[in-house]
Design a protein around this ligand. Structure first.
Ligand SMILES: NC(=O)c1ccc[n+]([C@@H]2O[C@H](COP(=O)([O-])OP(=O)(O)OC[C@H]3O[C@@H](n4cnc5c(N)ncnc54)[C@H](O)[C@@H]3O)[C@@H](O)[C@H]2O)c1
Length: 332
């Protein structure tokens, strides 16, 4: 993969949602890159403060992207790059709390775009979701042009809404916006919990010697992508001139069956409790997921590196290392 770190040396970078799974890893990468200042805005609604590295370059501002005072404080630091990752996450959470979902993912995104536009930034990268904007009927592999209007949850709708606002700011104001469409991200930094992804939750249950609950038949597939590969792709989107005004799938381009994932987690953790099948959630109509990353390869030089087995092992190590604070802070 191209060098994606050196361009950020000496730069000021704002990460909304920077204490979360992807944001905390992005923060670490930017510290390694030698960024001058990394401003993190996060209300800690689905993250923990300890997930964010303690470093003199990191300025943590605790608060919501809906709060203008918080945004003023963040943009007063004169960020050149904005990575907008803060979101109400994810599908089931949005079905249970659709208004919060719209407020944070819709209005919140609009506000961050407005401040970025006033500040005259170099690049705005929006964290969209490849598992959202293509709906459940598009053919595989999923290509960037397959966007659907038939979506299954408020979260999927508001992720598409965020993209539409980004396109408006690009077309109307020429704000240099680029969109990252992530696919099933996992890895160190994701605390398990009621609304979290399947991999940290499987690991947590396996460590507690419980059978892993599969909602569906287990034949469903997802394109699981290791967080460091996602961070690399995101940073490439931030520095590639041809990325402006475009959207890119960031994925592993590999399908993994949920049943195989459960077996892998049980094997790595030594859990002998197997799996148990539960009914599929009524909004969950996506049976298979595999992205095409041809565009990201060609334009960004993006290349995912981590196999699912390697990545799940690392996620597991992180959860074991942080077991006590996860037990204290996980939201179930
Ligand atoms: N993890 C995935 O599989 C995945 C897939 C596709 C897209 N995404 C997108 O990537 C981004 C980051 O995802 P993640 O997995 O790190 O999720 P995450 O929940 O760990 O991170 C989101 C962060 O935003 C913060 N936040 C929520 N509401 C906020 C608000 N009003 N103001 C400020 N901060 C707020 C949360 O506390 C959290 O730290 C999100 O926009 C998500 O929609 C994630």
């Amino acid at each position: 993969m191209r060098d994606y770190l050196s361009a950020y040396r000496g730069k000021n970078v704002l990460i909304t949602g920077g204490a979360g799974c992807i944001g905390s890893n992005l923060t670490r990468a930017l510290i390694r890159a030698g960024a001058a200042r990394i401003i993190v805005v996060d209300d800690l609604s689905s993250a923990a403060r300890w997930n964010l590295p303690e470093d003199p370059t990191v300025l943590f501002i605790e608060g919501s992207i809906l709060d203008e005072e918080i945004l003023k404080r963040a943009f007063n630091q004169k960020p050149e790059y904005v990575f907008h990752l803060a979101a109400h996450f994810a599908n089931q959470n949005s079905v249970d709390h659709p208004e919060t979902d719209l407020a944070v993912n819709g209005l919140g995104t609009l506000k961050v775009l407005e401040y970025a536009n006033l500040a005259g930034i170099t690049r705005f990268v929006f964290a969209s979701s490849g598992c959202s904007v293509y709906g459940s009927q598009a053919p595989l592999p999923l290509k960037e042009e397959f966007v659907s209007l038939h979506l299954d949850t408020p979260y999927q709708i508001t992720k598409l809404l965020g993209e539409l606002y980004c396109n408006f700011f690009y077309n109307h104001y020429r704000l240099p916006v680029a969109i990252a469409r992530y696919f099933n991200v996992y890895g160190p930094g994701e605390i398990p919990g009621a609304y979290r992804n399947v991999i940290p939750n499987f690991i947590w249950w396996a460590l507690h010697r419980r059978p892993l609950p599969i909602t569906g038949t287990g034949e469903e597939t997802r394109d699981f992508t290791y967080v460091e590969d996602i961070v690399a792709g995101t940073l490439l989107i931030g520095i590639t001139p041809e990325a402006v005004g475009e959207a890119f799938n960031l994925a592993s381009e590999t399908e993994t069956r949920v049943k195989d994932l459960a077996d892998m987690v049980n094997e790595i953790t030594g859990n002998d409790q197997g799996v148990e099948f539960r009914p599929r959630r009524d909004w969950d109509r996506i049976t298979r997921r595999r992205a095409s990353i041809a565009k990201a390869r060609a334009v960004l030089g993006y290349e995912p590196r981590t196999t699912i087995k390697e990545g799940v092992r690392k996620a597991c190590e992180w959860i074991v290392q942080n077991r006590e604070r996860i037990a204290r802070d996980a939201r179930w």
